[in-house]
Design a protein around this ligand. Structure first.
Ligand code: PTJ
Length: 261
């Protein structure tokens, strides 16, 4: 990452964080994002994203609200129904939930694709190595030999056999332009984003307004529970999920502290 010299860490290992601190999870995610930047995994802009996300999470009560829980169940059903599911991994996801995203991919039999907004070969390589260290195999997105239509720059690059060919994609913390492009390609899109007003969850078939550190394990737990469910049950879960209601409930919680959904 060019000339940037990150400050030396004040906490070397996350085990040194005070576990009894009332906002321990926030300290932990901040620490993981800082580590991600130091290791060349997370982009500096990932820190801005984390700060914004953390403010929304504070207003949501730093918990999975009922509408997000329903979205997590619908996401699990949607991934189990998919023929070619792909989970997209950026610098924040790799820093925050590397083991958890690898586990979800195994449970729903999905491919993992390194898919970056600020794409450089160095970061792609560092993220792929980090995922491999957490048990991932056959990671896509290294060559990224296809492009999302109508987008310029490196952010358009995807894998022809990965996201480009996928029927269902999970895109946590996704840029709005790219989420729109995936929607225009007719993909079933599952977005994890703490801001219900952001364009990405607003174009998603399944918007999950929750912290990625809670959402990914929750989707995995639902997928494990539904692994043997008949297709008819999975389809009923997907059809019963109301995306507009989920977005509206999250917005009510953030603006007014409402607990009705
Ligand atoms: O690694 P790269 O190069 O692909 O870049 C990744 C970032 C996240 C920097 C890039 O995609 C970006 O700039 O994203 P945005 O446009 O800042 O959007 C990030 C969204 O994620 C915002 O709406 C945040 O509120 C939300 N967010 C941040 N942290 C979390 C989160 N949502 C869920 N869980 C979080 N921990």
């Amino acid at each position: 990452m060019s000339e940037y010299e990150p400050a030396p860490p004040e906490v070397d290992d996350e085990g040194e964080l005070p576990a009894d601190h009332p906002r321990y999870t926030d300290l932990l995610t901040r620490h993981r994002i800082e580590e991600g930047v130091r290791e060349g995994i997370t982009h500096l802009q990932g820190m801005h994203a984390e700060g914004r996300g953390s403010a929304f999470d504070y207003l949501l009560g730093e918990e999975t609200i009922p509408s997000a829980d329903r979205a997590e169940r619908a996401a699990a059903a949607q991934l189990l129904l998919a023929d070619r599911p792909v989970l997209s991994v950026n610098g924040n996801v790799a820093a925050l939930v590397p083991g958890e995203i690898v586990e979800l991919a195994a449970v729903v039999d999905a491919d993992l694709e390194v898919n970056l907004f600020n794409r450089t070969p160095e970061r792609v390589g560092a993220i792929a190595d980090h995922l491999r260290a957490h048990g991932a195999e056959g990671i896509r997105g290294i060559e990224a030999d296809a492009r999302l239509p109508a987008l310029d720059h490196e952010r358009a690059k995807v894998d022809a056999d990965g996201i480009y060919a996928a029927d269902v994609v999970l895109v946590p913390l996704e840029d709005g332009d790219r989420a729109k492009a995936l929607d225009a390609m007719g993909k079933v899109e599952i977005v994890i984003d703490l801001n219900p007003l952001s364009r990405s969850p607003r174009v998603a078939d399944v918007p999950i307004v929750d912290n990625v550190v809670r959402a990914v394990p929750a989707v995995t737990a639902y997928a494990e529970g539904l692994a043997d469910a008949p297709e008819s049950e999975l389809s009923a879960i997907v059809e019963g999920f109301d995306r507009e209601a989920a977005l509206a409930a999250a917005e009510r919680r953030i603006r007014r502290g409402a607990t009705d959904g």
